[in-house]
Design a protein around this ligand. Structure first.
Ligand code: URA
Length: 434
């Protein structure tokens, strides 16, 4: 087989066989096929697409390009959760202890933030000493002992995706349905959980801006997961405005903690309850969604979900005292309000721009090597549909640098749009795909 022939085949609109896809992924992972040929192939796929069989073959080839985690030493059904990424998405930090407190085993791999979206690992590092660089043995032991562990994506899990994702990022070939679905699902399948609950974001802060594309992506990933023998469910949720009110690492951790105390923002709480209810049913801890919602409510009310977060933080080297005293989390030195220049109703928030404000403050990475400032970010006081008076605060900015604060404030004001007429708030849950 020659990569040249495969590129030409795809360029001409033909489909690739499973053997051809397996060859291409194996040789690329082994650094035999060069980046320039794979770039051409990605662009050919981008324009010509892949059919269902090709997408399955690509997903399985990437999943098997490195280690397949063996979680059989963990008793019971292991459930994983994955979000396609967004702004203010601190869901895993509140959701995983909630679900674990209800008796479902959570064995999860997470990533860091890149660009305008945040990452769970960075957020968790707001707990001093916390580490996701743990061994597979530690991971398995911890899930057996306390029911939850989050580990960083290792280089040995789906290495083909690692290489391909970096290549797609610089060749304008990220936003293709088959490529996104196979990228996410190859990692999830290699991570070893029995059931997978996906949170597919839609809107201006998401990869998929159009709802119909998000549903198509959700369907594709659910099909891939189920075909591989993993029970897979997707929730399509709104990312046309930030989730909750906090954007920025330690601020988001604080909001997740408030949610575990039953004092979280309504939209974020609702998303955690919805995702959690499907995780409980998939994990066999609840008979149906209604039963699951009650169980989740109980672990918030009796404090066991909060205690589970403290146990989880401690088990991975972090300071559990910060769960009960959030003043121990990183704090910014400058705190300033953003005053509304006009009155009316908030009609729209450019969600990705709010993510960029946090990035400009130092809360996100411009490149993979950037160091991030965990303390900085924003708390939004007004969201879509809210009434606002001229001179009222739209948000509080937390910064450690005056120049960065100025840049973020300007960008923030341009991201807010107003109307004289009342505006309906956006709907959070767009649908369920299973
Ligand atoms: N997240 C991934 O892991 N891969 C993609 O292609 C897009 C989002």
């Amino acid at each position: 087989m020659r990569m040249y022939d495969l590129i030409m085949k795809k360029r001409n609109g033909e489909s690739l066989s499973r053997e051809e896809i397996e060859y291409m992924i194996a040789e690329y992972t082994a650094d035999i096929i060069p980046d320039y040929q794979m770039s051409a192939m990605m662009m050919a796929i981008y324009f010509r697409g892949m059919n269902a069989q090709e997408t399955v073959a690509l997903t399985m080839a990437m999943a098997h390009s490195g280690d397949m985690m063996d979680l059989t030493a963990i008793e019971g059904t292991k459930v994983d959760k994955h979000s396609t990424g967004g702004v203010g998405d601190k869901t895993s930090i509140a959701l995983t202890p909630m679900v674990a407190a209800c008796g479902v085993k959570i064995a999860k791999m997470s990533g860091r933030g890149l660009g305008h979206t945040g990452g769970t690992i960075d957020k968790l590092e707001s707990f001093e000493g916390f580490s996701t660089r743990i061994t597979a043995d530690h991971f398995v032991r911890q899930v057996n002992e306390i029911g939850v562990s989050i580990m960083g994506q290792t280089a040995d899990i789906a290495p083909a995706d690692k290489k391909l994702y970096a290549l797609r990022d610089v060749t304008a070939t990220v936003d293709n349905m088959s490529l996104i679905a196979s990228s996410i699902m190859s990692k999830k399948l290699a991570s070893g959980a029995d059931a997978i609950v996906l949170d597919v974001k839609t809107g201006s802060g998401a990869f998929m801006k159009q709802e119909q594309d998000s549903f198509a992506l959700a369907k594709e990933m659910v099909t891939l997961g189920n075909m591989a023998g993993r029970k897979t469910i997707a929730i399509v949720s709104d990312m046309d405005q930030p989730l909750g009110r906090a954007v920025g690492n330690a601020l988001e951790v604080e909001e997740a903690i408030a949610t575990l105390r039953g004092e979280g923002p309504e939209d974020f709480t609702k998303l955690c309850m919805t995702l959690g209810s499907y995780m409980l049913v998939a994990g066999g801890a609840a008979s149906d969604e209604e039963d699951a919602l009650k169980k989740l409510q109980d672990v918030i009310e009796d404090g066991s979900a909060l205690k589970k977060l403290a146990d989880f933080v401690q088990a991975q080297g972090g300071d559990p005292k910060a769960v009960y005293d959030t003043s121990l989390l990183p704090r910014a030195s400058v705190v300033e309000e953003v005053i509304s220049p006009q009155g009316g109703y908030v009609s729209k928030i450019d969600c990705d721009e709010i993510g960029i404000c946090s990035l400009l403050l130092g809360g996100g990475r411009e490149t993979k090597e950037s160091r991030i400032d965990l303390a900085v970010g924003l708390i939004l006081h007004k969201k879509v549909g809210d009434q606002v008076s001229e001179g009222e605060s739209l948000a509080t900015i937390y910064a450690n640098d005056q120049d960065k604060l100025k840049a973020a404030r300007e960008r923030f004001l341009n991201a807010y749009h107003f109307s004289d007429q009342p505006v309906k708030s956006t709907e959070l849950i767009k649908g369920i795909v299973q």
